[in-house]
Design a protein around this ligand. Structure first.
Ligand SMILES: *[C@@H]1O[C@H](CO)[C@@H](O)[C@H](O)[C@H]1NC(C)=O
Ligand SMILES: *[C@@H]1O[C@H](CO)[C@@H](O)[C@H](O)[C@H]1NC(C)=O
Ligand SMILES: *[C@@H]1O[C@H](CO)[C@@H](O)[C@H](O)[C@H]1NC(C)=O
Ligand SMILES: *[C@@H]1O[C@H](CO)[C@@H](O)[C@H](O)[C@H]1NC(C)=O
Ligand SMILES: *[C@@H]1O[C@H](CO)[C@@H](O)[C@H](O)[C@H]1NC(C)=O
Ligand SMILES: *[C@@H]1O[C@H](CO)[C@@H](O)[C@H](O)[C@H]1NC(C)=O
Ligand SMILES: *[C@@H]1O[C@H](CO)[C@@H](O)[C@H](O)[C@H]1NC(C)=O
Ligand SMILES: *[C@@H]1O[C@H](CO)[C@@H](O)[C@H](O)[C@H]1NC(C)=O
Ligand SMILES: *[C@@H]1O[C@H](CO)[C@@H](O)[C@H](O)[C@H]1NC(C)=O
Ligand SMILES: *[C@@H]1O[C@H](CO)[C@@H](O)[C@H](O)[C@H]1NC(C)=O
Ligand SMILES: *[C@@H]1O[C@H](CO)[C@@H](O)[C@H](O)[C@H]1NC(C)=O
Ligand SMILES: *[C@@H]1O[C@H](CO)[C@@H](O)[C@H](O)[C@H]1NC(C)=O
Length: 515
């Protein structure tokens, strides 16, 4: 009796170790980066989803490209990319005899979607949720002879007796209708006037990120770039007319004036799929593109993609920012007030760039103002003042009809940088409407008195405490296995208790650290 139980525990342990080791194909991101990503999402909540900068990969080029590698490992690699902040995915599909297959692998669409959905399930709370876009490119090669008429542009018709060939059925089963934002949802939103275009018209355009994530509680938008599906049969998938999808070279002009920036922002869903260098990917983001990385990697060297992700996912904060408030201790013999909870935009005139850093709210600096609700019309105040003087509605420092503000997208940041360059500005630090005064490490906009939306979740704690990377929970499970082993609790005959522990653990993760 004893030996099998021990063996079972050892087996469970080994299995966990294997999972833990394999789970992080890329190094886990640190809490600062995670905080920067979250703060970017939060400050973009009022931006419509078609204008978001979403960093993506062509899965076939990056990881799903070798039928002789272990598919499980490839999918773990994809989840690792998702954890590192990759939000859009180009997936090449081909029709197989009984199902849709992922090109160059032995995977079918179902297996892919299970991995995709399991990431969504793990991040399905207000703190971690973010939008994901999935682009399908349906390959014309190697189609079974009787499922298409052969013409490259023809619409694919499938055998209706095979459910796994019915994309609607597969998405229903393996992703869930409730997570997908469909063309029907868009139609309804437009009728209700809850969408916006560049000019603020509410019966065209797209919903804001806030509405998408928190009101509709959606997570995924699916498009097909290849135009081979029969759209009367795939109600969950957008056709390629909604996209501006460039492959190889960009086709949009680099915007240099307010007019050109406005024109760029009238185009929805701007993607550029190409092989990038770190400098290039950064540049394309600042032009308003969502880059889709198609550099060649394999499971063995995927970690090298970090270089590209590091210069693309975070477009706002500078390197290593936002530094947590507690690391900047108050000097002992200083009588001045110190609170490192306010964000400064730091402008570098030499290379004409800008990044955000954390500053002491009591320092006197100029502030950034925006004209009414115009995206690209900026003003830097003449007066220097502490952060607290820049209340959103106050008119003491911003000119008439201007308000304390911050750039909410890379395009807005670009327009500001162009402005600063034109006016011959030297290196400078400017207050922007972003602070963590209410709760340390919870970055909010809306003036010094804005509240943290997660305050209920984390009452008196530093926000950073609750950022538990998923890899940590993996090791926690390991520890629990040890613990149960020490207590000699046979796992198999005590499933209820075991499940309770795991349930409590996952509840803790969702609700934050209990006091
Ligand atoms: C979004 O807009 C609403 C209304 O204009 C405003 O109250 C809110 O503070 C904005 N939120 C963010 C994150 O900018
Ligand atoms: C595919 O994977 C196998 C086994 O991992 C490896 O030997 C082979 O070189 C890989 N092929 C390519 C083209 O990367
Ligand atoms: C693939 O890898 C997983 C975990 O790394 C392992 O459990 C599984 O047996 C492997 N499958 C094959 C066919 O090698
Ligand atoms: C698919 O069907 C064709 C023709 O019926 C057959 O030759 C082929 O082996 C099948 N492929 C698979 C993977 O079953
Ligand atoms: C299509 O091919 C499959 C085998 O791949 C076969 O079972 C089926 O009968 C064929 N359908 C038609 C309409 O020929
Ligand atoms: C994700 O969660 C849904 C319900 O919330 C569940 O039906 C589904 O099985 C879960 N999928 C995975 C892969 O865990
Ligand atoms: C779709 O895949 C085909 C074949 O790999 C490729 O030629 C084409 O450029 C892809 N389309 C897009 C929009 O990526
Ligand atoms: C595909 O599946 C959906 C949902 O299960 C179903 O409503 C629809 O009729 C199916 N389409 C075809 C062509 O069988
Ligand atoms: C998540 O956000 C929604 C919408 O803002 C809100 O109704 C809900 O109570 C929030 N959930 C938690 C756990 O805070
Ligand atoms: C493509 O989608 C748009 C918007 O969803 C729709 O208006 C248009 O009719 C669709 N075109 C085709 C060919 O399905
Ligand atoms: C992109 O443009 C360059 C020069 O303008 C050209 O040499 C190259 O072939 C183009 N690449 C693609 C994929 O079109
Ligand atoms: C990664 O490995 C693949 C083959 O295994 C190779 O084609 C590719 O160039 C490598 N990528 C980098 C960035 O080294």
């Amino acid at each position: 009796m004893q030996i099998p139980r021990k063996l079972l525990v050892i087996w469970a342990l080994l299995w966990e170790v294997i999972l833990c080791v394999n789970f992080e194909v890329l190094p886990a991101i640190d809490s600062q980066t995670q905080n920067a990503i979250r703060s970017q999402r939060d400050l973009m909540l009022n931006v419509t989803i078609d204008q978001l900068p979403l960093v993506g990969v062509n899965l076939r080029k990056v990881i799903l490209n070798n039928a002789s590698t272990n598919d499980t490992e490839s999918l773990l690699g994809m989840q690792s990319l998702m954890k590192n902040g990759v939000q859009n995915f180009m997936l090449e599909l081909q029709l197989r005899n009984d199902s849709w297959g992922v090109r160059d692998t032995n995977l079918d669409l179902q297996a892919f979607l299970v991995a995709f959905e399991s990431f969504i399930n793990k991040t399905d709370d207000n703190l971690s949720a973010n939008i994901l876009t999935l682009h399908l490119n349906i390959s014309t090669e190697e189609l079974p002879s009787n499922s298409t008429s052969g013409d490259d542009q023809s619409v694919i018709t499938v055998d209706p007796s095979k459910p796994m060939l019915n994309l609607t059925y597969v998405l229903d089963q393996f992703m869930g209708r409730f997570r997908i934002y469909t063309p029907d949802d868009l139609r309804t939103d437009r009728q209700l006037g809850s969408t916006f275009d560049t000019y603020g018209q509410s019966n065209s355009g797209w919903p804001t990120l806030n509405s998408f994530l928190y009101l509709k509680r959606k997570r995924v938008l699916i498009t097909e770039v290849s135009n081979r599906l029969n759209y009367s049969e795939v109600p969950y998938i957008f056709n390629n007319t909604i996209l501006h999808y460039d492959v190889g070279n960009k086709t949009l002009e680099t915007p240099n004036t307010i007019g050109e920036l406005l024109y760029t922002s009238t185009i929805s869903w701007r993607y550029l799929e190409a092989e990038f260098t770190p400098a290039e990917i950064q540049q394309y983001i600042s032009m308003g593109y969502s880059p889709v990385i198609s550099n060649h990697y394999s499971i063995g060297n995927l970690t090298q993609i970090s270089e590209l992700l590091g210069s693309s996912i975070i477009w706002s904060w500078g390197a290593g920012e936002p530094i947590p408030a507690f690391t900047t201790a108050t000097p002992k013999n200083s009588s001045s007030l110190v609170a490192y909870n306010c964000a400064l935009l730091k402008y570098y005139s030499t290379n004409n760039s800008a990044a955000w850093i954390v500053g002491n709210c009591y320092d006197k600096k100029q502030g950034l103002c925006r004209y009414a609700e115009q995206a690209f019309d900026w003003e830097v105040t003449e007066a220097d003042d502490t952060y607290f003087a820049f209340e959103q509605r106050s008119e003491c420092h911003c000119s008439d009809r201007y308000q304390f503000a911050l750039p909410r997208t890379p395009l807005e940041l670009t327009s500001l940088v162009i402005d600063l360059e034109r006016s011959g500005t030297q290196d400078k630090e400017i207050w922007i409407d972003l602070n963590s005064i209410a709760v340390g490490d919870c970055w909010v906009t809306g003036g010094p008195y804005a509240t943290c939306p997660y305050q209920k979740v984390v009452p008196h704690r530093n926000f950073v405490d609750m950022i538990t990377p998923v890899s940590v929970s993996c090791c926690v499970i390991l520890l629990i296995v040890f613990y149960l082993n020490l207590l000699r609790v046979p796992i198999h005959s005590n499933r209820k208790k075991w499940r309770k522990v795991v349930n409590e653990l996952s509840k803790t993760e969702l609700d934050g650290v209990p006091l």
